[in-house]
Design a binder for this molecule. Sequence first.
Ligand SMILES: [Zn+2]
Ligand SMILES: [Zn+2]
Length: 267
Amino acid sequence: MIPDYHIHTCRCGHARGEMRHYVEEARKRGLREIGFADHVPMYWLPGERRDPGLAMHEGEFPDYVAEVLSLTEACQDIAVRLGVEVDYVPGHEETAAGIIAGYSFDYVIGSVHFIDGWAFDSPHQLEEYGRRAIEDVYRDYFQLLCRAAGTGLFDIMAHPDLVKKFGYRPKADLAGLYRQAAEAFARAGVCVEVNTAGLRWPAGEIYPALEFLKICRMEGVPAVTGSDAHAPDQVGLAFAQARELLLAAGYTEVALFRGRKKRMVKI
Ligand SMILES: [Zn+2]
Ligand SMILES: [Zn+2]
């Protein structure tokens, strides 16, 4: 059994559907455990520069938490966990820590979506790929990912090779970058997320690549699973493929979280 721990909702401004629709869909697909992990408010920017199409307003965050908790209470047949997806932005670790400490999350997912202010995973900012060498983009991305893991703020590192989203890939072998990241994950005691959203984008494959996941396995990094659903019909999407990828990398278990404590279950 693998859980879907990466579910967004319409609250983030770029996803469709309310929480109850996602839960209904999870039920239909026979999932036994799910978790919401909507985007944290854009804490590193002054209020007027925050994009309402990227994350909910700060004032809405307590309602997000309350709605997840009420579903946890109401659902007897499916476990609903409270997660959050927190952007890593260097220099703003303390603010992030303050937000995370304010609520009783079951798990905290850490993400790198920005390289010095550039939202490299946004379909609206693709022109920047034309201005940078792709080797530099990958190097900078992986450096941030390692730093993010090392902050100790996160339980899970999201979509670990998100930088491949739009299909831009350097010619050079990526094993060195994968190894650095896997070692950073192992040192920090964080899990690697197997995220099926890459299948919906030009990358055309799950995050992370099999080679990267194998190195995580060799380093003893536990895995979790998520769809990164931005619409109810994406819940648990391609989880058979995620399971196959995990098995191919040598994983036989994934982590479940409650109150930021993990336990392992057979996949
Ligand atoms: Zn993300
Ligand atoms: Zn996400």
